[in-house]
Ligand binder design. Structure first.
Ligand SMILES: [Zn+2]
Ligand SMILES: [Zn+2]
Ligand SMILES: [Zn+2]
Length: 88
């Protein structure tokens, strides 16, 4: 784990449950994804950086929600786009 820290997580009072198990933005345009990430701020589910459309990263750019969590089975790590670190 990196030594860097993230101050953004502490600003979130209510962590929102993921909105679903699909990237709805990919579904809308008929694309597929590799892995799913959920926004910790609003619950938006988007695809990861290995996916063609990178909707989780675009969501950060559009809504300034830098914190995501993996919702892949067996994964629960969180990540901050701004700090580029995994957060607890
Ligand atoms: Zn951060
Ligand atoms: Zn997507
Ligand atoms: Zn969000």
């Amino acid at each position: 784990m990196a030594n860097e820290t993230c101050a953004h997580l502490t600003g979130l009072t209510n962590l929102v449950d993921p909105a679903g198990k699909v990237c709805t933005l990919c579904v809308e345009v008929g694309d597929t994804w590799v892995h799913l990430r959920a926004c910790l701020d609003c619950g938006m589910v988007g695809c990861c950086d290995s996916s063609k459309n990178r909707h989780a990263r675009k969501h950060w750019g559009a809504h300034s929600h830098p914190l995501i969590q993996s919702i892949e089975p067996g994964e629960s790590w969180r990540y901050c786009f701004i700090d580029d670190v995994a957060v607890a």
